[in-house]
Design a protein around this ligand. Structure first.
Ligand SMILES: [Zn+2]
Length: 601
């Protein structure tokens, strides 16, 4: 970087308020001379992310991420350095001299800028069509009927594009080309669609259009709602270099202050639902853009609120979407609840009939998301034996979707209690309940870990870490002893893993174990093919043949953290008991012990 560039960089850094810039994406609280919040780069429950306004840098004590305002912009918003510099310079009104950039950087930046420009110009054209053109008359009347007045049309930048009969096939394309914007950029922005036999036509026709803003207030895409009835009801811009659907929530830009204030975000399915709720005074609302809620969505909401309420109608699409988002909420530590709309209603119709109060009451009674999913499954399958099995299957796959082992165990504990089964069943992925059978006489020398003779256990369904353990000890039996001493002996293992451990222990008494010997002693009901394949491949996935020691050490670290979690859960139980008994000294002692564990972990 040349001296002049360094100079510019320093000027921008000095002008930019790092607390303001980061505060747009992360909820920050003042703590002495610093600001702290939940780290946006890793998942955490208690804040370890700190912003230092004097030094103009941020640092996370949890994951070690740190840097200045530029590195934050680059990492959080996925920008290149020149883009971050330009963005901040613009925002703080510092003129940038033309700098030397690599050719690809310059090209990429130029293309992105063209897309912003196309969307911005299109938004203005759509707006003026709605506001003042004869074509917009019907749309104006439609919005007025729905109670959407000028104030809201302006606030959301609403626009309209005419129907094909009124020139809607080329409405925006020809006007943007008239402003010397290239057809390539117009197509890349998703506003024009290429015809098979040459030429272009407009993607959006006869729709009320909502510009979609990024968090710096730039138009990056559009959401269109059909005027009146018709299909598809909603249509959005396709993804582009500046628009990723699973990162953007419609309304977050306009509503971020309201969400921050209420500490709550309401998620609705459609843009129009969001608009109508806002018209009725409920403005802590966002809407995903035709996709299910993603982990990034939940992450971006986490910066603004503690709780998310999903407002859905009772059809199965809404239920499926809610179910899929459970692991994200759990792993991002955001509370989620579900408010189900009465039959035949969407938020738009309900708020018109019952007003804001009706919506608020619905939200007040919203069920926690896991409970909601559970009761919906009970309604669907019933609580007969076969119903329970179906529920177990669905819940078990749900539990195993959670990436965080802590959360997996929490979910398993939660659901298994409601179903009256052992949590291990939900974790192991072999949740099938069977009619109770007479218990067979225990075979001497075989302990609790033996696989029952009926049914095959599917190793592929083992929790990831347990499967890694299983693969590892099969390929490297010489480390079994280390792992057993390091906590494996106390781990609540799923049956296939237990069986393998037992078999290896038995073999071990005969001297050194070769992995291949295992095949000769495995019981019939384990997937023998799995082991044969594993030995053939030599464990190419998780276990590199040259790194037995390294993998073993990793597994030991994991075992240790599981043991600490278990200990912490035990202490929690004792703590509750001590609390109920009113034994304050014991409570204090237990809290100390618990804190020591948290530190170690
Ligand atoms: Zn972090």
């Amino acid at each position: 970087m040349s001296f002049a560039q360094e100079e510019i960089k320093n000027r921008v850094r000095e002008a930019a308020d790092i607390v303001q810039v980061i505060g747009e994406s992360v909820q920050l609280k003042k703590a002495g001379t610093r600001f702290t919040g939940l780290c946006p780069f890793h998942t955490e429950k208690t804040p370890s992310f700190s912003v230092n306004p004097q030094g103009q840098f941020f640092h996370c004590f949890g994951c070690g991420e740190s840097g200045d305002v530029f590195s934050f912009m680059m990492k959080y918003h996925h920008l290149t350095f020149p883009e971050a510099l330009k963005d901040l310079a613009q925002r703080y009104q510092i003129d940038l001299p033309e700098r030397k950039m690599s050719k690809t950087d310059r090209k990429r930046m130029h293309e992105r800028e063209q897309l912003y420009l196309v969307n911005h110009e299109a938004a203005k054209l759509y707006q003026s069509c709605l506001q003042s053109e004869a074509h917009g008359k019907e749309a104006r009347a439609y919005l007025t009927r729905r109670g959407v007045n000028q104030e809201f049309i302006k606030k959301y930048g609403l626009g309209y594009v005419p129907s094909p009969e009124s020139g809607g096939w080329k409405y925006i394309t020809s006007r943007l080309q008239g402003k010397k914007l290239s057809i390539t950029s117009i197509e890349q922005a998703g506003l024009a669609v290429k015809k098979e036999r040459g030429g272009y036509y407009d993607r959006f026709r006869d729709r009320v259009l909502f510009p979609i803003f990024d968090m710096s207030g730039r138009e990056i895409a559009f959401g269109g709602r059909i005027l009146g009835e018709g299909k598809p009801k909603y249509m959005n811009s396709p993804e582009s270099m500046i628009f990723e659907k699973n990162r953007i929530l419609f309304g977050l830009y306009q509503h971020r202050e309201a969400i921050r204030k209420s500490r709550q975000a309401i998620v609705v399915e459609g843009n129009f639902d969001l608009l109508l709720l806002a018209v009725h005074g409920i403005d802590n609302v966002v809407a995903p853009l035709g996709t299910a809620l993603s982990r990034s969505h939940v992450k971006s909401l986490r910066g603004y609120c503690d709780e998310v309420v999903l407002l859905f109608d009772g059809d199965s699409a809404g239920f499926k979407a809610a179910r899929r988002s459970i692991p994200f909420f759990l792993s991002e530590q955001v509370e989620a609840r579900v408010a189900l709309l009465p039959d035949g209603h969407d938020p738009d119709t309900l708020v018109r009939e019952k007003g804001a109060l009706g919506i608020r009451e619905l939200i007040k009674d919203a069920l926690p998301l896991p409970e909601f999913v559970f009761s919906a499954l009970v309604r669907e399958h019933g609580l007969t034996l076969s119903g329970k099995n179906k529920i177990m299957q669905e819940l078990s796959s749900l539990v195993r979707e959670a990436t965080d082992p802590n959360q997996r165990e929490l979910m398993a504990a939660h659901f298994s209690e409601q179903l009256g089964v052992a949590p291990a069943r939900l974790l192991s992925g072999t949740p099938e309940l069977v009619e109770p059978k007479p218990v067979p006489e225990p075979v001497p020398g075989i302990d609790r870990g033996r696989v029952p003779s009926e049914g095959i256990f599917f190793i592929a369904k083992l929790p990831r870490k347990q499967r890694q353990l299983l693969d590892f000890i099969v390929l490297y039996p010489e480390y079994l002893e280390d792992l057993l001493l390091g906590g494996l002996a106390d781990l609540d293992c799923a049956p296939p893993l237990l069986t393998v451990i037992d078999c290896l222990k038995e073999l071990k008494t005969d001297g050194v174990v070769m992995p291949e010997q295992l095949l000769s002693v495995l019981p019939e009901n384990l997937e023998r093919q799995y082991f044969a394949d594993l030995l053939m491949r030599g464990g190419e996935d998780d276990t590199d043949t040259t790194q037995g020691r390294g993998v073993c050490d990793e597994l030991l670290v994991w075992l240790k953290s599981v043991a600490l979690q278990r200990k912490s859960a035990d202490l929690q139980e004792q703590l509750i008991a001590a609390g109920q008994a009113g034994d304050l000294p014991l409570q204090l002692e237990l809290i100390k012990k618990k804190q020591a564990i948290v530190k170690k972990n």
